[in-house]
Design a protein around this ligand. Sequence first.
Ligand SMILES: Nc1ncnc2c1ncn2[C@@H]1O[C@H](COP(=O)(O)OP(=O)(O)O)[C@@H](O)[C@H]1O
Ligand SMILES: [Mg+2]
Length: 265
Amino acid sequence: MTARILALCNQKGGVGKSTTTFHLARAAVLAGKRVLVVDNDPQGNLTSVAAAKVVGDDQAGLADALSARAPESIRDVIVAGVWPGLDVVPTSGTTLGYVRDELVLAGAGREGRLREALATVANDYDLIFIDCAPSLDQLTINGLTAAEAVTIVTHSKLFSANGLAQLLDTIDNVREYYNRTLRVTGIIINQHEEQTVSGRTWHDDLITAAAARGLTVLTPPIPKRVVISDATEAARGLDEWGSAEATTLGALYADHLASIEGALS
Ligand SMILES: Nc1ncnc2c1ncn2[C@@H]1O[C@H](COP(=O)(O)OP(=O)(O)O)[C@@H](O)[C@H]1O
Ligand SMILES: [Mg+2]
């Protein structure tokens, strides 16, 4: 069995891509899956919570696995994650930013480097999550080219119909040129403020915009809760937090994982 590969994308920062990747990975680990998370953002936020040990700025990572100038393969750079069953392709320091620039100048085949790298380890995992950068550049194109499906994570307030259109155009381009079978599993609305009128309005507007493009919004939205950021910063699963609220939220990520996997099969 080869891994299912899912990219989490949005060209906006701060919407919750890394947080969602982390808790979906936890849900998958709890379900007994062998999980690999790929930190495809030069900021390295996911690495700082998902890797079991601190990854030094000079330690090899995703950048080395993607660069034509570094000898490391992806297998060489994988580190253990914070839970048994989780591995991480880490990013730290500034090198992934340089590799992004290298990719801009690289020739044919540049968009397929992550896909080729992941193909060499895909048999070791059940699920691979690619946490994308807040951009629509070569790194994100590599993520979309490597993935079987993409889940869009958004903050309903920020994601104008225009932002959605730009991302969907990029996905369409990748599908046309590099990855014919790329699917969109749907949109996760994160940091939802259900108790405010504006939160509900944004939510309804986004559902309308998504439906107009034939996309599903995964329900229910993930609420804005301090415990989600606290648990993430502490590198803990919500099930490990010890409050009833956290446990309920952990189950919500498990439900979303089930919907995503349903859309994949
Ligand atoms: N559902 C949520 N509730 C509360 N805080 C959240 C939630 N999701 C994300 N955050 C916080 O929002 C910030 C941005 O999230 P992050 O996952 O880093 O976004 P991105 O990866 O899209 O840039 C972080 O401080 C994170 O802890
Ligand atoms: Mg992030």
